[in-house]
Design a binder for this molecule. Structure first.
Ligand code: HEC
Length: 150
């Protein structure tokens, strides 16, 4: 019995550094994490664009749409820590309601695009892509650096 308790104690102690590392996800981590998510969107959108331009066969078309929809669904929570910095304007947090609405709309439209690709046909989904992938609409308002491009 004592040995079990001691073993449990040792386990708990061993787990502590892990737990505090997770809890200490500091400001730098919060910024790096949301940038990773944004870059994933960028890469997947670029890959999809190559297919739509005819440079690459369309074998992975639907998978790229899935990847974009999945990543879009992660994006809002990556901005939840109130950590101004990176290229994000402070308005992300001072206008959180509007920012969250835009991100939720983006997630809903990309999810719909992917669903149409599966349930109807990829060509119809492609027609939805331009409106669904309105990255610029948000960057114009909330990103210091990318306001003029994508
Ligand atoms: C609702 C708002 C919103 C939407 C939609 C959005 N972004 Fe962003 N994006 C941001 C913000 C805010 C930042 C700045 C993050 C930072 O630097 O902390 C950003 C940053 C980026 C960056 C720079 C990442 C880096 O390494 O600095 C890229 C690339 C990017 N977004 C691509 C995209 C693409 C592609 C889409 C659309 C498919 C998209 N974003 C949709 C808000 C958005």
């Amino acid at each position: 019995m004592n040995r079990i308790i001691r073993a449990l104690g040792a386990l708990t102690l061993a787990a502590l550094p892990l737990i505090s590392t997770v809890a200490r996800a500091d400001d730098e981590d919060a910024v790096a994490y949301r940038k990773h998510i944004m870059r994933t969107l960028d890469e997947q959108t670029a890959a999809l664009g190559m297919i739509l331009s005819g440079a690459i066969p369309e074998d992975n078309l639907v998978l790229h749409m899935d990847a974009i929809a999945t990543t879009a669904s992660m994006a809002l929570s990556s901005f939840e820590p109130n950590v101004p910095g990176g290229d994000a304007k402070p308005e992300v947090w001072s206008n959180w309601e509007d920012f969250a609405k835009r991100m939720n709309d983006f997630a809903a439209k990309t999810a719909n695009m992917a669903k149409v690709a599966h349930d109807e046909d990829p060509q119809t989904a492609v027609e939805l892509a331009i409106e669904a992938l309105d990255c610029k609409g948000c960057h114009k308002v909330y990103n210091n650096k990318r306001a003029d491009d994508e």
